[in-house]
Ligand binder design. Structure first.
Ligand SMILES: NC(=O)c1ccc[n+]([C@@H]2O[C@H](COP(=O)([O-])OP(=O)(O)OC[C@H]3O[C@@H](n4cnc5c(N)ncnc54)[C@H](OP(=O)(O)O)[C@@H]3O)[C@@H](O)[C@H]2O)c1
Length: 420
C-alpha cells in the first residue's frame, strides 16, 4: 500500500499514469499469487519489455512494461531529474554504453563517481569535457582509479572454446562476476555500518542474452548467467533491504569495444527481425530503469528488463551471423577483384602515368624554418649608453643578456615543431 499512497499524493504524476500504476499495483502487489498477466504470444511482446517473477518463472508483465514505456516517453519529451542522486559507474570507457548513461545522469543533475582502469591525464580530461558539456545544476564528477585487472587480458579473450579456458579466462570471469559481487558487498557493508535501512542502493546488473549463443567467448556467458542468481539471493540472503535489483538484459549494442568488430554485420540482422541499438539508445533504455518510479518498485521486488531487441527469438543466431559474415566477405572479395580489374584495364588503356592524375596527394604542412644568424649592431649604436658611465658601480651589477627561449621542448624552434 505504501507505494500507491505515495504515488496518489504526487501532483506531477498525471491521472492517466496514476491509473496505469494502480492497475500495475493491483497486478503486482495486491494479488501476488494471481499472475494478473495476460498471456501474449512471443511475437506480440514489445522488443523492450519488463518481466516480473511469477512463481519460479520470469514472465512478461504488460503493466510494468507500459509504465516503463510511458517513462521512456516522458524522459524523451519532458526529461527527468536525478537531483541529489549519487551514482557509481564502472566500465565507462570511450564508446561504451555506460559513457552515454553518464551524459544522461549529468543532464539530470546527479553526482557521479566514475571508476576507470586507465587513470591518466587524457582519461580524466575526457571525463572533464563530458562534464563541461552535459553537467547541469547540482551535478558533480569524481574520477577514481580502479583496475579489476588488465584490459589487454580481457580483450585477448575472444575465440576460446571450453578446451581453451586458461588463467586469462578465469581473470575475465573474476572481473565480470566475482569483483562485481565484491563491489555490491562493499556497498551493502557501508549501508549496514551506517544503518541505512530505508534507502537501498539501486543496482543495474549488466546481463546479456548471450548464454553461449555465439560460442567461442570463454567464460563470458558463464559470468552473465551467474549474475542472474542474484535475483534468487535477493530474497534468500540478507542484503535485500540494502540493495534493490534491476537486471538489464542488454541487446546487440553497436560500436562499443565489446561489439565494435561486429558492426559490419549489424545492419543485416534487421531483416531477421532483430533490433540492434546504438550506445546512446541503450543508455536511454537504461536511464529509464533508473526513474524514481521504477526504483520504488524495485524496493518491493527485483525487475527484469528485457532490452535484448529480439536476439533471444533466433535460436540459430550464431549460424546467421556466420552466414552474413561469409556473404559479406564474398562480396568484398568480388568488389576487390572488380576494382583490381578496372585499375589494370585503365593502366593498359591509358598508360601507367595517367593513373597519377586521378590520385590525390595530401600535402601536410611541415615545420621547416631557417633562421639566419642575427645582424650585430655596431659599437656606435651604444653611444647613448655611455651617459650611464660612473652612475653605477659595474663591479656590483649583475647583467643578464641574450635572446631566445629555453623550455621543456628545447628552444622556440623545436617547440614550434612539436606544436605544429
Ligand atoms: N555491447 C553489447 O552489445 C552488450 C550486449 C550484452 C551485454 N553487454 C554488457 O554491457 C556492459 C557494457 O558493455 P559495453 O559494450 O559498453 O562494453 P565496452 O565498451 O567493452 O566497455 C567495457 C568497459 O569495461 C572497462 N574495463 C575494461 N577492463 C577493465 C578492468 N580491468 N577493470 C575495470 N574496468 C575495466 C573499461 O572501462 P575503463 O577501462 O575505462 O575502466 C570499458 O569501458 C558489459 O557488462 C557487457 O557485458 C553489452
Amino acid at each position: 500500500m505504501k507505494l500507491w499512497t505515495i504515488v496518489k499524493s504526487q501532483s506531477e504524476i498525471s491521472d492517466d499514469q496514476k491509473n496505469r500504476i494502480k492497475a500495475l499495483y493491483e497486478g503486482v502487489f495486491l494479488q501476488p499469487q494471481v499472475s494478473g498477466i495476460a498471456t501474449v504470444s512471443a511475437n506480440k511482446v514489445p522488443l523492450l519489455h519488463l518481466k516480473r517473477k511469477v512463481g519460479t518463472n520470469w514472465e512478461y508483465s504488460s503493466n510494468l512494461t507500459s509504465v516503463y514505456l510511458n517513462i521512456l516517453h516522458k524522459i524523451a519529451t519532458a526529461g527527468t531529474t536525478f537531483k541529489v542522486k549519487n551514482a557509481l559507474l564502472t566500465g565507462v570507457g570511450k564508446g561504451s554504453i555506460c559513457v552515454e548513461v553518464v551524459k544522461g545522469l549529468f543532464s539530470g543533475g546527479a553526482h557521479i563517481v566514475i571508476t576507470t582502469s586507465r587513470h591518466n591525464r587524457s582519461t580524466v580530461e575526457y571525463y572533464q569535457s563530458i562534464f563541461q558539456t552535459f553537467g547541469s545544476r547540482g551535478s558533480a564528477l569524481t574520477v577514481v582509479p580502479f583496475n579489476q585487472d588488465s584490459k589487454q587480458d580481457v580483450e585477448a579473450l575472444n575465440g576460446r572454446e571450453i578446451d581453451g579456458i586458461d588463467n586469462k579466462s578465469e581473470l575475465a570471469h573474476c572481473i565480470m562476476l566475482t569483483n562485481l559481487l565484491r563491489i555490491l558487498g562493499a556497498v551493502k557493508g557501508k549501508q549496514a555500518s551506517r544503518q541505512f535501512l530505508t534507502c537501498p542502493t539501486q543496482v543495474i546488473l549488466p546481463l546479456s542474452p548471450n548464454h553461449g549463443l555465439f560460442g567461442n567467448d570463454s567464460l563470458y556467458s558463464d559470468s552473465k548467467i551467474s549474475l542472474e542468481t542474484l535475483f534468487q539471493r535477493w530474497t534468500s540472503e540478507s542484503w535485500g533491504e540494502y540493495l534493490s535489483l534491476t537486471g538489464a538484459v542488454i541487446g546487440w549494442t553497436r560500436g562499443t569495444t565489446l561489439m565494435g568488430l561486429t558492426n559490419i554485420i549489424a545492419h543485416k540482422l534487421k531483416s531477421y527481425g532483430i533490433r540492434t541499438f546504438s550506445a546512446k539508445e541503450m543508455a536511454f533504455n537504461i536511464l529509464g530503469l533508473m526513474h524514481p518510479l521504477l526504483f520504488s518498485i524495485t524496493q518491493d521486488e527485483p525487475i527484469w528488463a528485457d532490452l535484448n531487441g529480439g536476439m533471444d527469438r533466433l535460436p540459430d543466431l550464431a549460424e546467421i551471423t556466420t552466414r552474413i559474415q561469409s556473404s559479406l566477405m564474398k562480396e568484398s572479395d568480388l568488389r576487390r577483384a572488380i576494382a583490381h580489374d578496372n585499375a589494370t584495364d585503365y593502366k593498359i588503356l591509358n598508360g601507367v602515368d595517367a593513373e597519377c592524375l586521378i590520385q590525390t596527394v595530401d600535402v601536410l604542412p611541415h615545420a621547416n624554418f631557417r633562421f639566419k644568424f642575427p645582424d650585430l649592431e655596431t659599437q656606435e649604436t651604444l653611444i647613448n649608453v655611455t651617459k650611464l658611465c660612473d652612475l653605477i658601480d659595474l663591479e656590483k651589477v649583475m647583467v643578464v643578456t641574450g635572446s631566445g627561449e629555453a623550455g621543456p621542448w628545447g628552444n622556440s624552434r623545436t617547440r614550434w615543431e612539436m606544436e605544429a
